[in-house]
Design a protein around this ligand. Sequence first.
Ligand SMILES: Nc1ncnc2c1ncn2[C@@H]1O[C@H](COP(=O)(O)OP(=O)(O)OP(=O)(O)O)[C@@H](O)[C@H]1O
Length: 227
Amino acid sequence: MDAEGVLVLKGVERRYQQGSKTLVILNGAEFVLRAGEMVALVAPSGAGKSTLLHTAGLLERPDGGDVILNGRACGRLGDDERTAIRRNDIGFVYQFHHLLPEFSALENIMMPQLVHGLSVKEASDRAMQLLDYMKIGKRAQHRPSELSGGEQQRVAIARAVANAPLVLLADEPTGNLDPVTASYVFDALEALVRHSGLAALIATHNHDLAQRMDRRVTLADGKITSF
Ligand SMILES: Nc1ncnc2c1ncn2[C@@H]1O[C@H](COP(=O)(O)OP(=O)(O)OP(=O)(O)O)[C@@H](O)[C@H]1O
């Protein structure tokens, strides 16, 4: 691993073209996420939080600079390599759960593990363990539509960590929940991250949740700063 951190952004640039206008979203962004660390990303709407998470998570390619995961420079790798790294090393949680509607909670969590080459028994055991850990073991056979919003998000979180990634990236993981449910879901997320020693970067508008993380960063003028 890079001695500096599990995820390192070095001078990352990201621009979008809107007609004749160039929007500069990331402008030499520097960031280090260390193993076991939970960092809150708090910034106004439109500041570039999703862009940052997508670039750090190899869903988008930086226009300049580099994203270094576990010591490996990933910015200029080909699509296949980026996809493989994403599958193995990065877990994503979004504001909306994006679970597959026709599959049960258990099956949704098993899916990435089966793609990863685990046997059905191994994947099922691990998925059940995660559901129990998230205190929704009794909901294992329910489809997403049969779960509450908070339960759906717990399943999405369990799915994101099922492959034991190095880094968890979350984009407003509780943004769609009422404050009480958000707090419970965050409890479960935090317990899981702490228990597994994952490094996590979590975008949130919720200042109470941000306060519970190890440190807080923001985005201003395309740069990442602590506050
Ligand atoms: N594919 C794209 N093409 C053009 N502009 C884009 C694209 N994606 C994002 N943008 C613009 O880049 C800026 C940053 O967007 P981004 O979604 O990263 O912000 P955000 O901080 O996550 O916002 P929110 O909190 O509202 O989700 C916005 O002005 C957005 O309109």
